[in-house]
Design a protein around this ligand. Structure first.
Ligand code: NIG
Ligand code: FE
Length: 415
């Protein structure tokens, strides 16, 4: 079966020339094709054909995208979408002057959501999260990472990972599960943190590996959460079991997590709002992606990660929403692109690379998605715009009108 994606005005390929990521100045090179259509076969990009050379006899199905702009399917590489409950009350407290960290210290924050998740059944969680996934798909997203981290007991962390795996079965997009048992310490281990780490290392990780419930192991290295030494113990164990690694680090304090993650060749280090100037150079030759989350800076009203300096210093930069109920109640990747451009001085081309190829790389998926290249999966976001720059310029507005996964239309605005 051959499908023709016919006559788009622009194809923004983000061509990586077979490489897995773009670093530094390469992020600006996104390659735009005009006067071409795309032939899809068996869910993969088979070839590009000049519009004048299309042979209708060789085509079984046509998806007409005349006047539309085609991008690789967007990749959302850092979310905490698997939560229940609301933290609107905490939002109100913050508006009255309390900080996110103060709320966490008073027993609110992540623990507030943990209480809600522990009370939610598997079925409740699936039903709560489904519309959130649909909303991501409507934005042109074809790969979505979702973390656990609001269960923090053996039973509830496994329940969350099973929910995320169930969602991956329900939806055609790739939903990538990440284990975030090391999000914060649950109250029942307040007096014995090492015992909770024992539980992660000796029970949770082996079970999750055996049942193939997560691809990544993540952690939160922060004064109010896990020390660098504690993260190292968890990561060494996870690495041995075959997990790929990600780390929340340098969000509020820089306490050594960065080196632990870089030394263990983590797939990504995420946040970096307080990354020290002298540490930026570490990304120059490292193959670990820097996943930046400007929605958190916007939502918590504090400094932005040094995106410009990282890119100028040759880092591999990706962008994500960090969608969660406490520090970034933002599920809009298009708003994130706008914030990256306006608040972090990223060019339009860099933001596009950061939500396609480099985000796919942060999920270890860039060999199959994230750019429009022959042999890759036929994953596309289709935009109603005159020029690709409008996708970023229309701050927070979703110009995606069609989402295609493996050559199939999975969302269309007309539907
Ligand atoms: O990525 N930093 C820790 N975790 C989330 C926030 C989670 C929450 O507040 O519920 C984050 O910012
Ligand atoms: Fe996060």
């Amino acid at each position: 079966m051959r499908t023709l994606l016919k006559n788009p005005s622009q194809i923004v390929t983000v061509n990586a020339n077979g490489k897995k990521f773009k670093r530094g100045s390469e992020m600006n090179a996104i390659e735009v094709m005009t006067d071409h259509s795309i032939i899809i076969e068996e869910g993969r990009i088979q070839s590009f054909v000049q519009n004048d050379d299309i042979n209708p006899d060789e085509i079984d199905k046509i998806i007409d995208v005349t006047d539309k702009i085609i991008l690789p399917g967007l990749v959302e590489c850092h979310t905490h979408t698997a939560f229940s409950g609301s933290r609107a009350e905490e939002f109100k407290l913050r508006l009255r002057g309390l900080t996110y960290e103060e709320i966490a210290k008073q027993g609110g924050g992540i623990i507030n959501t943990v209480e809600a998740v522990r009370k939610s059944s598997f079925d409740d969680l699936v039903e709560t999260i489904k519309p959130r996934v649909e909303h991501f798909i409507s934005q042109g997203i074809t790969a979505l990472e979702i973390k656990s981290g609001y269960g923090l007991s053996f039973y509830d962390e496994i329940k969350l990972l099973q929910v995320i795996n169930e969602l991956n079965k329900i939806f055609k997009i790739s939903i990538v599960p990440t284990f975030l048992g090391a999000h914060t310490f649950p109250p029942e281990y307040n007096n014995d943190h090492e015992k909770y780490i024992d539980l992660i290392v000796n029970e949770m990780l082996p079970y999750i590996a055996e049942h193939n419930l997560a691809k990544f192991c993540d952690g939160f290295c922060e004064l109010t959460a896990f020390s660098a030494k504690q993260i190292k113990r968890i990561f060494v164990a996870a690495d041995k079991l075959g997990f790929k690694l990600k780390l929340h680090t340098d969000q509020f304090n820089s306490i050594g997590g960065l080196d632990v993650a870089l030394n263990l060749n983590a797939a990504s280090v995420d946040h970096l709002e307080v990354l020290k100037v002298e540490e930026i150079i570490k990304f120059k030759t490292s193959d670990t992606a820097a996943v930046l989350l400007p929605g958190v800076s916007f939502f918590l009203n504090y400094g932005y990660a040094p995106a410009r300096k990282l890119i100028d210093d040759n880092a591999i930069v990706a962008l994500a929403t960090d969608f969660n109920p406490g520090s970034s109640h933002i599920d809009n990747l298009h708003l994130i692109m706008g914030l990256a451009a306006l608040k972090m001085n990223m060019t339009i081309e860099e933001t596009i690379t950061a939500v396609t190829l480099n985000a796919a790389y942060a999920l270890d998926l860039s060999n199959q998605t994230g750019s429009i290249e022959i042999g890759k999966r036929a994953d596309f976001a289709v935009f109603d715009a005159e020029d690709y720059s409008e996708i970023v310029y229309s701050i927070g507005r979703n110009l995606n009108v069609m989402t295609i996964k493996d050559g199939e239309i999975i969302y269309s605005m007309e539907q």
